[in-house]
Each structure stands twice: as structure tokens, then as C-alpha cells.
Design a protein around this ligand. Structure first.
Ligand code: CAA
Length: 379
């Protein structure tokens, strides 16, 4: 067992850190305030190669490893976790399933531009009445010759409206339950594909979240992703990987909050001494740092298992659940250490606390993660 990053990973971490500090952090507060995403920043992340780290060279990727990708997500999340969401939704939830389940033709047409950052991706699973119960989809896809006709809608879709490529799920046979769900690749601009209301969110406000509306969209059968009836497996396998990315996002948020809190506790003087000299504050910092490190170890372990081709479903759920809870707790404590200033937008810990909350909710609530972990234990 070794706890050191290798040279390649260190280079990637340094590159991402410099990029995040120079290009991402400066506009983060403004994007949050205006609830505005930045396509230019996404494009720049593509040019840096962040959209293609863990894909093979033959699809435009860098043939890198999953830990390197997590290091990048962590650095972007430290600076602006909404932009991290934009990146990870595109890479983990759209490019990855096309890579893992797509035909060669689908990979050439959709994966290569995603990997090269020339297009953006999104993932449409959730519906108004199918959140945690992802199997109770209402969107339907009916075979019609060489096409499928898709009707329905999807809610809370990251990159909705902005993305060009969408991996979505629909029932192809309602009588078969989970086994009646299929995955499809949709393109923005397909006739009958439109966008509904935009969500006004508590955090990750620099990512766009929209409703997708499907009205008699004629989708070529060639856009079926995986086999008919295998959509739920495609969704679950995709989320297994995506959840490691959410753990990395939570880790970045928590690390940033800890860094701000340590600095502030050393600078802020009350009763003639820095507040860090009080054991109440010092012990809070110790607990925060321990949670950040535990989250890091779980996140990197899950990424290592995925890279090594070993089972990682339970471990990715553990990492997402722990890191998400740690981010919420660490950011709350950071705000507490900053006191009144922490509650104000003058310091970034307020935004970090709002951004942390979603990591306990999306890509499966942390209660769902506990279901995944416990069912693996009790199987
Ligand atoms: N990989 C592959 N297949 C899997 C799987 C996995 N990780 N997990 C389950 N399956 C398969 C099972 O093997 C089973 O198939 P078989 O019968 O052939 O074995 C089938 O799927 C059904 O499995 P379960 O009975 O275990 O599934 P379930 O209905 O009990 O659901 C659940 C379990 C964990 C609650 C699941 O529904 C779930 O994860 N729900 C949460 C959904 C979610 O994460 N939504 C987030 C939306 S995306 C989002 O937030 C993105 C964004 O925009 C950023």
C-alpha cells in the first residue's frame, strides 16, 4: 500500500490547481450571485484536457487514470463547485456511459467531441415523480420502424439547455418494471426536444439546472445506448462512477472551507489573542481536518478501485456519503469560526456551505448511499 500520488498525478494536480486559482476562482462569487454558468470556462477546461483525462487516446483522451480526474475535480470544486458540477456531469454522466456502453459509431459521433471538450453532455434520469425511485420512470419510448418516439420530461438536469448531448432514460416496456427501461442518446435541436423551467438553486449556482421536455421526438434506433431493457443498469453503473466525482467535489469544498478557517483563526484577534489560541476553536479545526483526510482517503480508494477494474459500487457510495456529510459539517463549522463574517457574502465560506448541501442530495441522496452500502454488506 502506498499513499503517495505518482508523478503524473502530481503534475495533473498542479496544473488543475494553477488553472483553478487563476481562471476559475476570480469570477466564482459573481457567477454565484448572478446564477450564471460559463461556457468559456468549460471550453477552457476542455482545452486543458480535463474533459478527456480517463478516456483512451483513440477517442481523443489522455489515457490517464481516474485518480488524476478526481484531483482535477477537487481543485475546480475548491474554486467554484458549480463549474465542477458542469464538468463532472458532462464527463462522468454523459461521456462515460457512451464510452462504456456505446457502439463504435456512437463513440465516434458523440464521445470524441465530448472528450475533446468541443461539446457538453448531460444526463436525464430524474423525473418529477421518479427521484430516489429511479425505476418508476414515466417517460416512454415506442419503437416505430428504425426510430423510437420519445415522450415525457426530466427534472433537475445539470447542463440542461447548455449541453449538446444527452444520455436519457425511458420506458420501452412498462410491463417489465426495471427491465423495461432503456437508455438513449439525444441531441439538442432534435425536433420535439425543448427545455422547461430553470431551477433557482441554493448552491452550485454557476451550473445550469433545467427541465427537459420530450414531445414526439423521433430518435433513430441507432441512438439506443446499450441493449433495450438495460437502461437501469446503464444508469446505476454510471452513477457508481459519478458518485466518486461527487465525493471529490465534496472533498474540494471541505478542503477550501478548512483552509479559509485555519487562516482566519490565526488572523482574527479577540481578547488580545488569535481565536485559534482557544482550544474550542483549535479542536474544531482538528476535527475538520480529520474529516477532510478521511473523505480524501475514501475518495481516492474508490477511484483506485475503478481504475484497477475492481468492484467499486459499495466503496463509491461510502466515499460519496462520507465526503458529502463531511463537507456539510466542515463548511458549517467554518462559518461558525468566522462568526458574523461567515454568515456574510464578504467571505467565501457562506457560498461553500450552500454548495456543500447538494453533495448530500444529488447522484443519489446520502440515504440512498447507505442503502447501497448496507445491501452490499447484507447480500
Ligand atoms: N450496477 C449495475 N447494475 C445494477 C447496479 C449497479 N450499481 N445496481 C443495481 N443494478 C441492477 C441490479 O443488478 C438489478 O438487476 P438484476 O435483477 O438483473 O440483478 C436491477 O439493477 C435492480 O436493482 P435493485 O433491485 O437493487 O434496484 P432498486 O430498484 O432497489 O434501486 C437504488 C436501488 C439504489 C435505490 C437505486 O434506485 C438508486 O440508486 N436510486 C437513486 C437514483 C439516483 O442516484 N438518482 C440521481 C439522479 S442523477 C443526478 O443527480 C445527476 C445530476 O444532474 C448531477
Amino acid at each position: 500500500m502506498q499513499f503517495e500520488l505518482n508523478e503524473e498525478q502530481k503534475i495533473m494536480q498542479k496544473m488543475a490547481r494553477e488553472f483553478a486559482e487563476k481562471e476559475v476562482a476570480p469570477g466564482a462569487a459573481e457567477r454565484d450571485e448572478k446564477s450564471q454558468t460559463s461556457r468559456a470556462l468549460y471550453n477552457a477546461m476542455g482545452e486543458m484536457g480535463f474533459t478527456g483525462i480517463c478516456f483512451p487516446e483513440k477517442y481523443g483522451g489522455a489515457d490517464g487514470d481516474y485518480i488524476s480526474y478526481m484531483l482535477v475535480l477537487e481543485e475546480i470544486a475548491k474554486a467554484d463547485s458549480g463549474m465542477n458540477t458542469v464538468l463532472s456531469a458532462s464527463v462522468s454522466l454523459c461521456a462515460w456511459p457512451i464510452y462504456a456502453f456505446g457502439t463504435e459509431e456512437q463513440k465516434q459521433k458523440y464521445l470524441v467531441p465530448l472528450v475533446e471538450g468541443r461539446t457538453m453532455g448531460a444526463f436525464g434520469l430524474t423525473e418529477a415523480n421518479a427521484g430516489t425511485d429511479a425505476a418508476s420512470q414515466q417517460t416512454v419510448a415506442v419503437r416505430d420502424g428504425d426510430n423510437y418516439i420519445i415522450n415525457g420530461s426530466k427534472l433537475f438536469i445539470t447542463n440542461g439547455g447548455e449541453a449538446e448531448t444527452y444520455v436519457i432514460f425511458a420506458m420501452t416496456d412498462k410491463t417489465k418494471g426495471v427491465k423495461g427501461i432503456s437508455a438513449f442518446i439525444l441531441e439538442k435541436g432534435m425536433h420535439g426536444f425543448s427545455f422547461g423551467k430553470e431551477e433557482h438553486k441554493m448552491g452550485i449556482r454557476s451550473s445550469q439546472t433545467l427541465e427537459l421536455i420530450f414531445q414526439d421526438i423521433k430518435v433513430p434506433a441507432a441512438n439506443l445506448l446499450g441493449k433495450e431493457g438495460e437502461g437501469f443498469k446503464v444508469a446505476m453503473a454510471t452513477l457508481d462512477g459519478g458518485r466518486i466525482g461527487i465525493a471529490a467535489q465534496a472533498l474540494g469544498i471541505a478542503q477550501a472551507a478548512l483552509d479559509h478557517a485555519v487562516k482566519y483563526a490565526k488572523e482574527r484577534v479577540q481578547f488580545g489573542k488569535p481565536i485559534a489560541a482557544n482550544q474550542a476553536i483549535a479542536f474544531m479545526l482538528a476535527d475538520m481536518a480529520t474529516k477532510v483526510d478521511a473523505a480524501r482517503l475514501l475518495t481516492y480508494r474508490a477511484a483506485y478501485l475503478k481504475q484497477a477494474g475492481l468492484p467499486y459500487s459499495k466503496e463509491s457510495a461510502m466515499a460519496k456519503m462520507y465526503a458529502g456529510d463531511a463537507a456539510m459539517s466542515v463548511t458549517t463549522d467554518a462559518v461558525q469560526i468566522f462568526g458574523g463574517y461567515g454568515y456574510s457574502k464578504e467571505y467565501p465560506v457562506e457560498r461553500l456551505m450552500r454548495d456543500a448541501k447538494i453533495t448530500q442530495i444529488y447522484e443519489g441522496t446520502n440515504q440512498v448511499q447507505r442503502m447501497v452500502v448496507s445491501s452490499a454488506l447484507l447480500r
